[in-house]
Ligand binder design. Sequence first.
Ligand code: ADP
Length: 265
Amino acid sequence: MRHKNFRRIINPPIFLKKTWTRVSFVLIMHDSMIEMVHVVKTYPSQISALSDITLEISSGEFTFVVGPSGSGKSTLLRILCGAEKPTGGEVVVDGVQITHPGFRKIHQLRRRMGIVSQDFKLLRDRTVNENVAFALEVTGHTRREAKSKASDILRRIGLEEREDAPILALSAGEQQRAAIARAVVNSPSLILADEPTGNLDAKTTLDVMGIFSDLNHQGATIVFATQFTGLIKRFPYRVIHILDGQVSNGKKVDTDEVREVKAGG
Ligand code: ADP
């Protein structure tokens, strides 16, 4: 974790000084996509949603966050995308300490994120293609480019025949897929998905998992919150269990030290 590595940088054995500093720096800069240290969230109603979360997710990792309804999954994801501020603790996303009191650039960071929330947040008065293309237009693509890229991703997600339909004409499962298409059309380096397959039938769930797996193979870090333990049995990804706002296995086995000693020696 960051604070431990800092200590190593400040006080390395003299004969390894240069190598340790360089190696530690590389690990800090490239290994972690997400670090949460002693994160607490208490809502104004005094409901404790997260009581003490310390976890680390590496760049390029696919991680399920699994726990029953009310265990804190959505709160955790909302903190990671800056939609909610924690009451205490430190959060670093893609090298940026978003809990720093002076941090104001969440919108820049969000451009590198794809967010699938439970309430879809689709634009009700637009077509399916326009909803997806909108995510590209706001990041500077021309309308024509955006429309064409939106068509590509809608084809991949099996909605090509619905792309000109008004979004409200779609079923809940189709809207869910449109929301996923919109979240991933920018090829984000971090995808935060809150129960993205909750409304989908078994076949569409597998299609959507295939899309997330492809994006992960292309390098995206994926945090996938779900209460359905069936998924974690089927897919061989890391699982962080959350219960009553606490995780039991958020820290990874610390192989850094072994790698550092090897590299340094
Ligand atoms: P999950 O996503 O696992 O269902 P949540 O993060 O939504 O869990 O909720 C965790 C706890 O925080 C629950 O007790 C929930 O009622 C409470 N909670 C969530 N959002 C709010 C909110 N905006 N205001 C007050 N309490 C909330």
